[in-house]
Design a protein around this ligand. Structure first.
Ligand code: SF4
Length: 376
């Protein structure tokens, strides 16, 4: 088959996943089979709008092409390994990939009754070692392919449709550091934003980073009109290095300078993510230092409520800041005219923090994990 000759890897079954292809590659394949290349756009449009190859009635495609497609391609290479739905409607999906590894994606209902936001992973596990994060406990396993990222998006879109909502925005804030898998992330977001495929607007896509400066500059250089969020979590390098080991490699000044360059190129504010941890980074002095850094830059601030994840890598137990402390922190920022929002804590009654569900399922005996998946 031509696709394998061009370096694409088949799945273990010998088939290829449609999510791995863009219209040009599929058109080339159709031409190789002796069918019109123009059918590729129709096939992929049907696939992104939810048609399953196994059951698709054809949409005017030649029968021979459909048979060839069914023989050589599968609609989805990832399968649902577990699903949890919280009381607030947040749904966490654990997808099993072709090689048996698992990855998390989350659907978060919007305050508008018919909309939802999705949180996508970019890697299996993560090497960043953020001390308060459950993903870091499993370590880095591998980068996701663009197709695997697309499959998360399609799974979340189906999940949203099932509850009468439209998947309106996505953010790369799940497992992994997206800027360390930039090629696959960019290939995937181009498909998600393509009007004939995912049909999400560029502005509906956010890439979130712990502050990988070369990756931020590479993203700026693409000129893509997506949104950038930076997880800062501390206003000084010493506090940040305790929470995020990457802080030792990229000082806050360098990260914010890279954010300045992105903001100048895109003309839209970068969002600074700041997870409030009781007694760690949530004092009035921390808030004043943060305001000093961000005030002149006019960046936006998202204050995050911490979802406890148990003992950290350094053996610490983090707690969310009390409400009054969090409100006082926000008041300092707002007094300095910084646009400041609280991001609601999602799904506190499920394993909603990133990496929690994957870790819990991976620690379960296989028989229990299987029955949990089929009953959820
Ligand atoms: S918070 Fe994000 S970057 Fe940090 S370890 Fe977790 S997944 Fe990786």
């Amino acid at each position: 088959m031509q696709l394998s000759a061009s370096g694409r890897q088949p799945l273990a079954s010998g088939s290829f996943a449609l999510a791995d292809l863009d219209p040009a590659a599929l058109a080339q394949q159709f031409a190789h089979w002796g069918f019109k290349p123009s059918h590729a756009a129709r096939v992929l449009r049907a696939f992104y709008s939810g048609d399953d190859l196994a059951t698709a009635s054809g949409r005017g495609l030649p029968q021979g092409l459909l048979e060839k497609l069914r023989a050589e391609f599968v609609s989805g290479a990832a399968t649902l390994a577990a699903r949890q739905v919280a009381g607030d409607g947040t749904a966490k999906l654990l997808l099993r990939l072709g090689d048996g590894r698992t990855v998390e994606s989350v659907l978060m209902p919007d305050f508008r009754a018919d909309r939802a936001a999705g949180c996508l992973s970019s890697q299996v596990g993560c090497a960043m070692g953020c001390d308060f994060c459950a993903t870091t406990k499993t370590g880095f396993e591998r980068n996701l392919t663009a197709g695997e990222i697309v499959e998360q998006f399609l799974a979340l879109r189906r999940e949203a449709q099932a509850v009468g909502r439209k998947l309106q925005t996505v953010v790369f804030m799940g497992m992994g550091e997206p800027l360390l898998n930039l090629d696959a992330v960019l290939t995937a977001v181009r498909r998600l934003a393509d009007n004939t495929l995912g049909a999400l607007g560029w502005r509906q896509i956010t890439v979130s980073t712990v502050g990988i400066v070369p990756g931020m500059d590479a993203l700026t250089a693409t000129g893509l009109n997506l949104h950038l969020a930076v997880s800062l979590h501390a206003p000084d390098d010493a506090t940040r290095a305790r929470l995020l080991p990457m802080g030792k490699r990229f000082p806050i000044a360098d990260i914010l300078a890279a954010a300045d360059r992105f903001q100048a190129r895109r003309g839209r504010p970068v969002t600074i993510q700041y997870c409030l941890l009781a007694g760690v980074n949530d004092t009035a002095e921390h808030a004043r230092q943060l305001a000093d850094l961000l005030g002149p830059r006019r960046m936006h601030v998202n204050l995050l409520r911490y979802n406890p994840t148990g003992l950290s890598l350094r053996g610490l137990t983090y707690e969310p800041s009390p409400d009054a402390t969090a409100e006082a922190f926000a008041a300092v920022l707002r007094a300095r005219k910084l646009v400041t929002h609280f991001r609601r804590s999602r799904g506190p009654d499920i394993d909603a923090a990133c990496g929690q569900l994957q870790r819990r399922i991976s620690l379960m005996p296989k028989s229990i994990a299987k029955s949990r998946s089929s009953s959820s």
